[in-house]
Design a protein around this ligand. Structure first.
Ligand code: M6R
Length: 611
């Protein structure tokens, strides 16, 4: 989390403004405080502000900072509360620093630094790096040696940018974990957390590898390893859009992104379905589905729920055993992985620290690593053996919507491809699956008609303290996704349960104040879920049943609130994608009515680059 921008500019550039523009593009990484420091006339000048970036912009408008060299930061707090004092950059007279990551052994150095007379001004782990570098500079070390000496001692994750008062034409970057890109301009050099942060300045970028330190001057780049060995990182063109996304006619990015889903699914499936929509086309696979003994799927949050849906698909259609785990657990439980196994990593950002570590583990275990990502130049994509892109476009809302349904679309393609390769479905079934996928964009348009009804139901939800979501099969995953969506943006406690688990404990929660949202397309498991809904009604729970006409005909009750979706009975792949929409809309309108910050909910960040 946290975003970094650094500019080693020419006198002509409005560096302060360019830094703020970079931060605007990085606000998705954290938005609890922001700051920037410029080096001019032999000293650092700094603005820092708690809260959103607009507060920093207001400071800059009031007292403009000038200079042609600067670093800036948008923060997601780890060590120390989100206030101005803990906001980056941190600086001494000699050095200024911005940091993304966590230094795990920072406590180790504090006693010695305190006895050397250091006065810590913040509660951050970053300030320890600052003073270690500062002390090394005072001992007469050159900037690069001071940074190297410091980084040799510290443990943890970092992307860093540093400036030095005595060396106004030097900016140093370092990476261990969170990504850091070097941007190449005309007699200017930049550092940024990603390509988007620098898109207004340059498209020519190189990415640092873990353990790299880069020393920039306005005309030179030198990359070294911690050992001092010189290395070169390839410079490539990264064409990301310069425009900062706008909300169009919508009140929030989340609403816009929900409505974009028919189009983003069309774009995504357009890449993987052939022109006749009766077959698949996709990147070459570095493995054979036929020889694969098992698939391992690893991801976090919403991306994990996409993987959970896919587990049902791979197992039922392709008859392939699937193990699935959340990345933060998978990476530390040293699971044995089979020879010729395929490991699928799903991530919107491609920068989620735990998912990256899980992929590194699977690679070391000899798995074929396939990444499903929305950002082509992301760390996950770069480290994978094979990449399947989602074409969701930039997702700004912290609550993932269009990324989720495009992930499901890609996973469906993979499950169908695996089934065809393993001959677990007939050619006719294969074509029917492809045709069903091709219908998805139009069906998504149809589902969006339920928006007004979701809005009305949301009034009921805002009054609740606890909400349960129930489902079976792939709808169980959508139940958990619905609960996650609701809690992250409305701050109402919600849980998703397998409907059959209800009587094993959670049913104790049910009374007339608890809404229960049942996700139940009329499939083979409908009657089972309906029985569980009966149990809720018997205990006076407020049931909202999301089903199709057929389901509502089979099961109705005066105490049930109905939400009717198009029929998905023709293909098991359709329902999880379509039923994602009402749970997104319910969360959106509940948050809207409650007046919470829909696009940037408290305590969260879009990209989770720390573990
Ligand atoms: O970028 P990723 O897909 O790897 O992110 C994983 C989760 O952090 C993310 O899905 C998170 O759960 C969303 N905010 C949920 O809406």
């Amino acid at each position: 989390m946290c975003g970094i921008v650094g500019i080693l500019g020419k006198t002509s550039t409005d560096v302060a403004n360019a830094l703020v523009t970079g931060l605007k593009r990085l606000e998705y990484r954290g938005y609890d405080s922001a700051g920037m420091a410029l080096l001019s006339q032999g000293s650092f000048h700094r603005h820092r502000a708690s809260g959103k970036l607009v507060n920093l912009e207001a400071l800059q408008a009031e007292v403009p900072l000038v200079g042609n060299v600067g670093i800036a930061h948008t923060r997601w707090a780890t060590h120390g509360i989100p206030n101005e004092t803990n906001a980056h950059p941190h600086m001494t007279e000699r050095v200024a620093i911005v940091h993304n990551g966590i230094i795990e052994n920072h406590e180790e150095f504090r006693p010695a630094l305190l006895s050397a007379g250091v006065q810590f001004k913040s509660e951050t782990d970053t300030e320890v790096i600052l003073h270690l570098v500062d002390q090394a500079l005072m001992q007469g070390l050159a900037p690069v040696d001071a940074v190297r000496k410091t980084l040799e001692k510290i443990k943890g994750a970092y992307a860093l940018a540093l400036l030095f008062r005595e060396h106004p034409d030097v900016m140093i970057g370092a990476r261990h974990g969170p990504p850091l890109a070097v941007g190449y301009g005309q007699d200017e050099m930049y550092l940024g957390s990603d390509a988007t942060a620098l898109a207004h300045l340059t498209h020519r970028l190189s990415y640092l590898e873990d353990g790299d330190i880069v020393v920039l001057t306005s005309r030179s780049v030198e990359t070294l390893r911690l050992s001092g060995e010189r290395v070169q990182r390839p410079v490539r063109e990264h064409r990301v859009s310069q425009t900062i996304a706008d909300k169009g006619a919508f009140a929030h990015f989340m609403a816009k992104e929900i409505h974009e889903q028919p189009e983003t699914i069309r774009q995504t499936l357009g890449t993987y379905l052939n022109d006749a929509k009766s077959g698949l086309q996709h990147p070459d696979l570095p493995f054979s589905w036929h020889d694969t003994p098992r698939v391992t799927i690893v991801a976090c949050g919403t991306s994990y729920y996409a993987g959970l849906v896919a587990k049902y698909w791979f197992e039922s259609i392709a008859r392939l055993p699937v193990e699935i785990d959340i990345a933060s657990e998978f990476r530390y439980r040293t699971p044995p992985l089979p020879k010729d196994g395929v490991a699928i990593f799903i991530s919107q950002s491609g920068e989620t620290a735990d998912t990256l570590a899980a992929q590194a583990y699977a690679k070391a275990q000899g798995q074929h690593c396939l990444a499903i990502v929305n950002v082509p130049e992301s760390s996950l994509a770069r480290a994978a053996d094979c990449v399947f892109m989602t074409y969701a476009g930039t997702e700004i809302g912290v609550a993932s919507t269009k990324a989720f349904t495009t992930q499901l679309s890609v996973l469906a393609v993979l499950a169908i491809a695996a089934a065809q390769a393993r001959q677990t479905i007939s050619q006719g079934d294969f074509q029917n699956f492809c045709k069903a996928l091709a219908q998805l964009p139009a069906l998504m348009d149809e589902v969006l008609i339920c928006e007004q009804e979701c809005r009305e139901i949301a009034y009921q939800l805002t009054k609740a303290h606890d909400i349960l979501y129930l489902g079976r099969g792939t709808s169980y995953a959508i139940a958990m996704e619905g609960a996650l969506k609701l809690k992250e943006i409305s701050y109402i406690h919600a849980e998703g349960y397998a409907a059959g688990e209800l009587k094993h404990g959670p049913i104790a929660l049910i009374d007339d104040a608890v809404p229960v949202i049942a996700i139940a397309p009329s499939d083979a498991l409908f009657e089972k879920t309906a029985s569980n809904v009966q149990e809720v009604i018997a205990r006076k729970g407020q049931v909202i049943l999301i089903s199709d006409e057929e389901g509502h005909k089979k099961f109705s009750h005066p105490h049930i609130r109905r939400l009717v979706l198009p029929s998905t009975s023709s293909c098991c792949i359709l329902s999880p994608v379509l039923y994602s929409v009402p749970v997104q809309l319910l969360a959106y309108y509940t948050a809207l009515i409650k007046g919470t910050d829909v696009d940037q909910p408290r305590n969260l960040a879009k990209s989770v680059t720390v573990e």
